[in-house]
Design a protein around this ligand. Structure first.
Ligand SMILES: [Zn+2]
Length: 252
């Protein structure tokens, strides 16, 4: 028997009364857990619903192919994020965060930082202290940075200039180039960043998690940042996350 702390990022019905849930945990990454009677029993249904953060006691069983399957033994809810559940737009945005986490599905590795990033983002979405649109941008970009797509943002990759009026980020190589060094400014992978945008994305990519949410930007830059972070997700993952489309419709 093992005990993990985890956030439920997907629920799937299994038969008439059971379900399986996908859990983002700190030590074991993303795992699937079978919940017997989870669609009916009130004792386990609440701590295993989407976006619940819970303490889960699991039985481990190996099947004939040697794969480990997890079965829920007991569960205790730690946080439910009630204010998100009362707001349709916030629920839609949180569902998008869950879809991104399911898409990158990190198994068998330490996901402590990603779990912290997700819980902190949901915490600020829940208490209403941050603009949901800013939370979306921070989560999209920092999540991709933390799973291995962090660009090299310390300076121009050729002459090492720290900044300039315009710097170009190459989405494919993840390298930054200054105006003098960049020879393909209009290339499909080149992304022009002014000083403020470069400062903002450096901050999101590199700052300590404890300070990550403590900045504010103008509406103008928030719009530009949102275009950038969605392009970044589209480039590294895919286009057309249904939950993002739904969030856009519902938050208008
Ligand atoms: Zn340069």
């Amino acid at each position: 028997m093992i005990t993990i702390k985890g956030l439920i990022i997907r629920e799937t019905p299994r038969g008439e009364s059971s379900k399986s849930v996908t859990v983002l945990s700190d030590e074991r990454g993303v795992v699937d857990v079978f919940v017997r009677g989870g669609m009916k029993s009130s004792k386990t249904s609440s701590p295993t619903q989407l976006l619940a953060y819970s303490l889960l006691c699991l039985e481990e069983k190996k099947d004939a192919s040697g794969q480990t399957n997890y079965y829920l033994n007991s569960a205790e809810n730690l946080t439910m994020f009630y204010h998100i559940r009362l707001d349709a737009a916030k629920t839609a945005l949180a569902a998008y965060f869950a879809e991104l986490l399911n898409y990158c599905r990190i198994e068998n590795s330490d996901c402590g930082d990603i779990l912290k990033l997700t819980l902190n983002t949901l915490y600020f979405l829940d208490n209403g202290q941050r603009d949901p649109e800013l939370l979306k941008c921070i989560f999209e970009f920092r999540l991709l940075c933390d799973i291995g797509f962090r660009p090299f943002l310390l300076g121009c990759s050729i002459c090492y200039a720290y900044d300039g009026d315009i710097m170009y980020l190459n989405m494919r190589s993840g390298l930054l180039e200054c105006e003098k060094c960049c020879i393909n400014k209009n290339g499909v992978f080149s992304y022009a960043l002014d000083r403020t945008m470069l400062y903002i994305i450096r901050y999101i990519a590199l700052s300590d998690l404890s300070k990550l949410f403590s900045f504010r930007i103008s509406d103008r830059y928030l719009k530009r940042l949102s275009v950038f972070t969605e392009d970044f997700v589209r480039f590294h993952f895919k286009d057309g996350f249904e939950t993002l489309r739904f969030y856009r419709i519902i938050s208008q």
